[in-house]
Design a protein around this ligand. Structure first.
Ligand SMILES: [Zn+2]
Ligand SMILES: [Zn+2]
Length: 305
């Protein structure tokens, strides 16, 4: 089952050196989430051959322009491509008014519904849940209200050991075994002992998206042991005062959060336009947390089961 993050943009504040502002496509078991929506999002989606029709959920972390200015163009394109399915939009209040104003002044209507889910500041809340996964907000520390997003697969059923599967097993018996139960006959005797016919469940994977934020240890507990952490690292250590002033993080700070949270892997992004060469960002982060990688555009990060 798929669990993949595609980087569409990772430039902080403005495009620079061919890098575009924040956007990612997160695909989990055939569900597609667009996370942040920087101004080049449509170009980037096309460039990396993502299917716009499959995006049913758009999550916007906060209302700084570098995270949502691509949204209106995308909504209009979806209209021109005759979208009819509902689109769920998760963001802070105000974005609904911005969309309404655009539609009003262009005398446009959308043939599909945009269902707006308002994020609550400073709250951890589950904003999406189905049978396979949950998405929860991560309160961040930034100049304005800002939330990260934590994607987490639900515990998975046990797997049937096909090499040992008895002939003629009924569907309901398979379901019982997958739930970890034994299968009984009509007299209440154990027919199939669970451990003899099943393999352990595959692991449940997780991804935390944390942008934009100052160094904020409060998030450590919530993102403990995630498989993949995207943490903004706008600045190198030399510019730490700039990070403090703008409520962003340095690479060292991002790596420190990754280390404290015992994550498997760290993705660094939201790079300041002042740096052409990003090597120092990666090098600094690796001094604290070696399994780090730059979120470069087009990069696909897959988390194996
Ligand atoms: Zn930003
Ligand atoms: Zn911001």
């Amino acid at each position: 089952m798929s669990f993949k993050v595609t980087i569409l943009g990772s430039s902080g504040a403005m495009p620079a050196y061919g890098r575009h502002t924040s956007a990612q496509l997160v695909e989990i078991q055939n569900r597609y989430f667009l996370v942040d929506c920087g101004e080049s999002v449509q170009i980037q989606l096309a460039r990396f051959q993502a299917n716009v029709h499959r995006i049913d959920h758009i999550l916007i972390s906060h209302l700084h322009g570098d995270h949502y200015l691509g949204l209106m163009g995308l909504l209009f394109t979806m209209q021109m491509q005759r979208r009819t399915e509902d689109l769920h939009l998760y963001s802070y209040k105000g974005l609904d008014e911005i969309i309404t104003a655009h539609l009003r002044y262009s005398q446009s209507t959308l043939a599909y519904r945009v269902i707006f889910h308002s994020l609550q500041p400073d709250a951890r809340e589950i904003i999406f849940e189905d049978n396979a996964l949950t998405v929860e907000t991560i309160p961040l520390l930034h100049k304005i209200k800002c939330s990260g997003f934590l994607f987490r697969e639900k515990p998975k059923p046990k797997r049937i050991d096909k090499t040992r599967m008895p002939e003629g097993l009924l569907l309901q018996q398979i379901a019982s075994l997958k739930r970890g139960e034994d299968v009984y006959d009509n007299d209440g005797m154990v027919l199939y002992k669970n451990e003899e016919y099943t393999l352990t469940a595959r692991r449940s994977r997780s991804y935390a998206y944390c942008s934009d934020t100052a160094y904020y240890e409060h998030i450590v507990e919530q993102i403990q042991h995630v498989n993949l952490l995207y943490h903004e690292s706008t600045f190198i250590q030399e510019d730490e005062s700039k990070a403090k002033e703008t409520k962003h993080s340095t690479a060292i700070q991002a790596a420190t959060i990754a280390k404290l949270a015992n994550v498997d892997k760290l993705l660094l992004g939201h790079f300041s336009a002042r740096y052409k060469d990003l090597t120092p960002i990666l090098d600094e982060a690796k001094t604290i947390f070696p399994n780090a990688q730059l979120a470069l555009e087009g990069e696909e990060i897959t988390i194996q089961e």
